[in-house]
Design a protein around this ligand. Structure first.
Ligand SMILES: *Cc1c(COP(=O)(O)O)cnc(C)c1O
Length: 305
C-alpha cells in the first residue's frame, strides 16, 4: 500500500486491492481469461493513470519542482488523475486543455478543478504544437508531463502494472491503447513466450503502432499485435451496441467498464473468442485499466453501474 500524507489526511492509493478475476467468458471454449482489476486502486487515480504518473511525479519531487503541468482534452482521465495525484503530493497543478473554454465544463474538468488544478484552454490549432506551448508557458518550478503520460518514464511506470502478478502462466496480455504508453510498458515487462494485444480506442490511427514501438525494445516488437477494429467509430464514440455489451458484461461478470477504453477491450475479447482467434487452452490476462469516471459524460441511467 502506498500512503501519502496531505493536509494531515491520509490518502491512499491501494495497489494491494488489485485482484485477478477469472471470467465466465471463454470458459466453455476452454480458454482462460483473467482480468487484472487495476480499476480497484483508487476511484479517481484509477488503473493505469497512477502507474504512468508515478515516475514522473517521483522525478519532479526529487528534482525540487513544485508544480506539474500537463495536457489533455476535456474528457481526459490523465488530466483528472494528475490533478488528484498532485493534490495528494502537495504539488500545484496546471492543465493545458485542448479547445476553447466552454460555458459548462465537462465533468472531468470540474473534477480536476475541485483538486485545485488550474485550467488553461488552448485552441485546437495551437494545441497541436506542444513544444511551443511549453516554451511559452515555462516557469520556475514547473515540471512538464507529456500528454497521456507518453514517454519513457510513463512506460517504465506502466511496466510495474504487472509487478505483483504471476504472469508467466499467460499466453496473451491484452490492454487498451490510448497514447500507447501502457501497452508499451506491458510489452517491456512481458515474457518472450507472450503476445501483447493492443486494442485501439481510436479510428484509423496506425501511427499508434509506431508510438508503442518507439517506447519498446526492438526484440519485442514482433510480440506486439495492434488491433484497430474495435474503435466503434472513433475515440469516445459509444453507439448503443457498445452500451448494450457493457450492460450484459456487467450482469454476467460483475465488472464495470468505461465507454472509451475498457468497454471496447472486453467487447474485442468477446468477439475474438467468437471468431476463434484464440485456441483451446490459451490463457489470457486482460488489464482492466480503470477510467470509469469517463462514463460521467453519459446521461444518467445509461448503464446499470
Ligand atoms: C488512459 C487510459 C488508457 C490508455 O492508456 P495509454 O497509456 O494512453 O495508451 C486505457 N484505459 C483507460 C481506462 C485509461 O483511462
Amino acid at each position: 500500500m502506498i500512503i501519502f500524507k496531505y493536509n494531515s489526511e491520509r490518502v491512499q492509493i491501494n495497489t494491494e486491492s488489485i485482484t485477478i478475476q477469472q471470467l465466465q467468458l471463454g470458459a466453455s471454449e476452454n480458454i482462460l481469461i483473467d482480468v487484472l482489476r487495476t480499476d480497484l486502486i483508487h476511484p479517481v487515480i484509477s488503473g493505469n493513470k497512477w502507474y504512468k504518473l508515478r515516475y514522473y511525479l517521483e522525478d519532479a519531487i526529487n528534482s525540487g519542482f513544485t508544480e506539474i503541468a500537463s495536457f489533455g482534452g476535456a474528457y481526459s482521465n490523465h488530466i483528472v488523475a494528475t490533478a488528484c495525484a498532485c493534490q495528494k503530493f502537495s504539488l500545484r497543478s496546471i492543465g493545458f486543455i485542448r479547445g476553447d473554454k466552454t460555458e459548462q465544463l465537462s465533468p472531468t474538468l470540474q473534477t480536476a478543478e475541485s483538486y485545485d488544478m488550474q485550467l488553461q484552454f488552448i485552441n485546437r490549432t495551437d494545441y497541436k504544437d506542444k513544444t511551443k506551448i511549453i516554451i511559452n508557458n515555462s516557469s520556475d518550478g514547473r515540471y512538464w508531463i507529456p500528454e497521456g503520460g507518453y514517454g519513457q518514464l510513463g512506460a517504465m511506470g506502466a511496466a510495474t502494472i504487472l509487478e505483483k502478478t504471476p504472469i508467466e502462466n499467460y499466453d496473451y496480455i491484452v490492454a487498451a491503447i490510448g497514447s500507447g504508453t501502457m501497452v508499451a510498458g506491458l510489452l517491456n515487462a512481458s515474457l518472450p513466450h507472450q503476445t501483447v494485444l493492443g486494442i485501439s480506442s481510436q479510428k484509423n490511427n496506425r501511427s499508434l503502432e509506431a508510438e508503442v514501438k518507439f517506447l519498446t525494445h526492438l526484440e519485442n516488437h514482433h510480440r506486439f499485435h495492434y488491433i484497430p477494429e474495435y474503435h466503434f467509430g472513433g475515440f469516445a464514440k459509444h453507439p448503443q451496441e457498445l452500451l448494450d455489451f457493457m450492460t450484459s458484461f456487467w450482469h454476467i461478470e460483475n465488472i464495470p467498464t468505461d465507454i472509451v477504453y475498457t468497454g471496447k477491450v472486453f467487447y474485442a475479447i468477446n468477439d475474438l473468442v467468437k471468431k476463434n482467434y484464440f485456441k483451446k487452452g490459451d490463457r489470457i490476462l486482460v488489464i482492466h485499466s480503470g477510467g470509469l469516471q469517463g462514463n460521467l459524460s453519459l446521461p444518467k441511467n445509461s448503464l446499470p453501474f
